[in-house]
Design a protein around this ligand. Sequence first.
Ligand code: ZN
Length: 662
Amino acid sequence: MPSCDILLTGATILTMDESFTQHASSGIAIRGDTIVAVGPDALRHDAAETIDCQDRVVMPGLVNAHTHVAMSLVRGLADDLRLDVWLMGYMMPVEREFVSPDFVRLGTHLGCAEMIRSGITCFADMYYFEDAVAEATAAAGMRALCGQTVLRFPAPDARSYEEGLVRAREFIERWKGHPLIVPAPAPHAPYTCTPEILRACAELAKEFDVPLHIHLSETLQEVDDLRKTHGMPGVPWIRKHGLFEAKVLAAHCVHVDEGEIRTLKNFGAGIAHNPTSNLKLAAGVAPVAKMLELGANVGIGTDGPASNNDLDMFEETRLAALLAKGTGGDPTAVPARQALAMATRLGAAALHMDGLIGSLQAGKRADLLVLDLDRLHAVPRFSRDPGGIYAAIVYSCKSTDVTDVMCNGRWLMRNRALVTLDEPALMREARERARSIDAFLGSREISVLQKLIAVGGAVEQESFEVQIKARLASPDRVLAVMDSEDVTVIRSSRYRQHDIYWSFDDPEQGRLRYREDDFLDENGAVISERSRLTLTGHATEDRFGAVLLFRSRYLAPAAHSARFYREYFRPAAEHVVAKERRRWLVAYRAVEFYVHLDRLINPAADGYFLELKSRTWSQRDARDKAAIITELLALLGARPDETISDGYVELAARGVRNVERS
Ligand SMILES: [Zn+2]
């Protein structure tokens, strides 16, 4: 009589193999980390330990095909936001501040505990300090494809992509051949990686014969951008840079056409479908039914717990089945059995690990879950259709129906109690982390300046300037002086400016200006553009007659769109000003001044506005310059007008179209 270590008996066994073999009231024999027999064969084994699974279902452990497990520590931090505001306004600043090997270890354990409870035995991860993810995962007894992120920006664990690549190589060298961990390079996405990074990661994956994990064609925006700049969408783009020479696992693939799906299939690339995350961030719905029809290996992933916000594969599998029907207008699309295959065998294939896991077959690793179907929400059951059990699991069951989980022949959960992880301690530590993150964000939220610095990646800059303003009926006198010997013109330019002013409930916060400059040539054609962000103190610092001393607190190139800043800062009011500006830098009485001659387009106003200003650095310097600037204004034939001292935003706020001529 053959022997085994553990024999599960009396169970309904769903093997999830290619022909969906089921065994009623049968067994499964496990020796060491491996399944040695399934079905009637198993019952002929002499077992060291026999476990009665009467009325229970035994099936392969679920495969979470895409996640960022350590982000369990930031779940619920910021929700119902657009992807860029969520990612660059909240996730990345917090990650820059907090993510360390310790943070990642704790987050991984918290996520592993949740995944084990939901019957997951294997997941595909992508994050920073992936070494710590791998360590924590192995300690929890779970299996994972661990992708070390490489991207072109500085990351919490790498100052440059070169450093990221070195880290990825060392990580792969350290973990290659581990019984539970499959290491991989993870170029974050085409829009965060250069062609050079993509190629280097593909070479690395080939050299060590490991998979490569990447985000691909998640949003329409990124695909449109690729088409615009490179004339092709995501799949041909990564193909061009050699990615398909490696074993690719591509997360999302929401915006791919049929040709691209065929390419993914032909190169044996795996796809991770993330229905909740794609819905929550409004990325769209991946054409999963078409992918399956064309024979692609499509798994199901939760994505990171910050964009889901949980790691529940039962929920995800149900949603994958429902979404394909609802969006395709076809209730026969992605039937329950196929959805469950995606969560097991096809997911394993997407991770390039189907030789090892994904189905209950002799020779494969003992990764399985035990499910209690004798629950109120799953009763009654019918035996007429053997496919009915898949529908019961996908449409009725919940992750809390999982009673036992085994990975690599080792129990991770017995009778709903976690074996390898201390759940109460993890929850306690997670709450502590949340308190420090709350404090960090709280201190940032109280000031527009702090929030600006958090996303700007730039340091605070302060500058003072004296300025005086006036209105003119005609530009003639100014133009004549600029051509005269009275001033020395150092340089001049013309441009069209589009300003958005945001103000806040607390006037102490100042006013934020988003400015787009279109530089114009002599004929008024646009030569170039730039956008900048300035935070100005609301109050005037000082005044010398009609000359005001202002403080500008922050000036930076605007890295994001106006829409991004609007959603990120949520200002109390917004005013738009558009104007055409002629600008001269002149020397007058040995002092440099800027002369701005503006024509307002929005709000429309008659005549011209004149603004003179000069940088200053001390009270005394400001006083001296105030005297000279007043003189220059007189030379230009204008009288100070304090009604426009606050700039054009007040005009815009009042909606003034015609102001008295000076
Ligand atoms: Zn992701």
